[in-house]
Ligand binder design. Sequence first.
Ligand code: URA
Ligand code: CA
Length: 433
Amino acid sequence: MRMVELIKKKQEKKELTKNEIQYIMEGYTNDEIPDYQVSAWAMAVYFNDMTDHERMALTVAIAESGDQIDLSKIEGIKVDKHSTGGVGDTTTLILAPLVASVGVPVAKMSGRGLGHTGGTIDKLEAIPGFHIEMDQEEFIDLVNRHKIAVIGQSGNLCPADKKLYALRDVTSTVDSLPLIASSIMSKKIASGADAIVLDVKVGAGAFMKTTEKAEELAHAMVTIGKLAGRNTMAIISDMNQPLGIAVGNALEVEEAIETLKGRGPSDLEELCLELGAQMVYLGGKAESISQAKTMLKEKLHSGEALEKFKEFIENQGGDSRVIDDYQRLPQAKFQKNIQAEEDGFVTEIIADLIGRAAMELGAGRATKESKIDLAAGLKVLKKVGDPVSKGDVLVTLYANTEKFEQSEKMVREAYSIGKEQIHLTLIHETITD
Ligand code: URA
Ligand code: CA
């Protein structure tokens, strides 16, 4: 096989075979095919798209480029969830104990990652003593006994994706549907998921700015999942404002606990029940999505989901007293309220700017080396549609330095206040095929 011919084939809108795609990804991972040829191929894909079978083949080839996690020793159907970049998205912390409480095994591999706030692991490490260091055997044993455990991601997951993503970034080929879809799905498949639930965000703060784009991505990923033998479902959810109230690591842990106590923000609870129902259904623990949702509501309101969270924290060395005493979580030295300057209704909160404000306060990582301040972040106290009077607190900032200027500017820019009361729909659509 010659790479130049495969580039030409895609350029001529012909379908590449599974072997050809595997050849490209293998050669690229092993440094046998140079960046410039893969760039040309990515550009051909950008313009000429890929068929469903090509997308599936690319996904599998990327998944096979590095370590593949073997979760076969865990009993039951392992369902994983992925959200496409929300702001202040606390869902994983809630969903993990929630679905585990109905018996769906949650074997979560998580990274730290870059972004507005830390990853799931950073958030959990806000709980004193909580650790993710354990060997594979211990991890599997915990999931079999308690249905829930979180471990740090393997070092060599999908190396082809790391290279390809960096290349796309500098060749203006990030925004290609088949490349995005295969990038996301390959990581879920390599982490050992039997079934996958996707939360595709849409709106000003999201990767996909329009519902059409989000639908296309969701359909593409569901099709890839099914062709690769992983039952997959998706939800399209709104990111025209941050989800819930808290954005920040310790603040989101507190918010997750409140939600598990049945008194969390209503949008966050609604999304968790929807995603959780799909996970329970795909996990084979319910006959239908609606039955699954009823089961989850019961677990939330009976306190069993909270009890599962407690068990999970204790299993991994954490101080479960945080559940009743939030002061045990890292606390910021300084707070600042940002008040409304006029009367009206909140008409817009640009989620991305809120995320960047949280990052400015120290809640996230700009580079792999940056240190996270687990106490830092903000609370979005007024949401779209809420009436506000001049002087009402819109947002409270939390930080360990008094340098609030930049983040305050971003929060002010994120908010619009107008005369009209707007109602946003949180869940736009459910996609099952
Ligand atoms: N997230 C990913 O993991 N990959 C993409 O290509 C885009 C978003
Ligand atoms: Ca939140």
